[in-house]
Design a protein around this ligand. Sequence first.
Ligand SMILES: [Ca+2]
Length: 213
Amino acid sequence: MSLIYWRGAAMAAALLAWGGGANVANAATYDEAIHGDLSGTAAAPTPWVLEAGANPLLGTAGANALAGTADFDLVAIEVPAGHQLDSITLVSYVNPDVFAMSFIGLQAGSPWLDGFGFDIAGFSLMGWTHIQTPMAGVDLLPLIQSHANPPEFTLPLPSGVYTMLLEDVDLTISYSLLYHVSAVPEPGSVTAIGAVSATLCAMRRRRRLTTSR
Ligand SMILES: [Ca+2]
């Protein structure tokens, strides 16, 4: 599959994964083909401010010492104040070796405090996961959480800056991720929804009682 074809297909899949309709508009998009290669410098991950909605990230990464290639992708995502990161969907992942897997690490804040490649100590990470070919459509946040350093973080992720490393130590991979951001529900609106729901339940109960007599 050519890279151009893959990008078009990945973007279409990202849109379908989010909503599927013609009215779907992306929130913030970061596409390495348009916005440039993500930073591979620990001191300066590429900043990316997310917006409410589905934010697509498309890129390629991969390092191979024998081939002399080194493309580590570091993105410092910012979840705006009053918002939360609900999920990170792996829309597509292409590895020339379909049985191989790549690494994703997540850390609070920026700059990146850990290493690259085989030199990842892991102590600074919130958590990590591997990604592989059959995982398209999977939410990565619970997987990252399942490899969390204590204290285990809770989901959804609150507003703030998080740095993510995407890497492969053998081959060049292509990936497409979708970051789902929503406004944090107002406590008042939750209470109001709860009150309406309780009223509806009570009405249904009364109706059942009336009809059963
Ligand atoms: Ca890259």
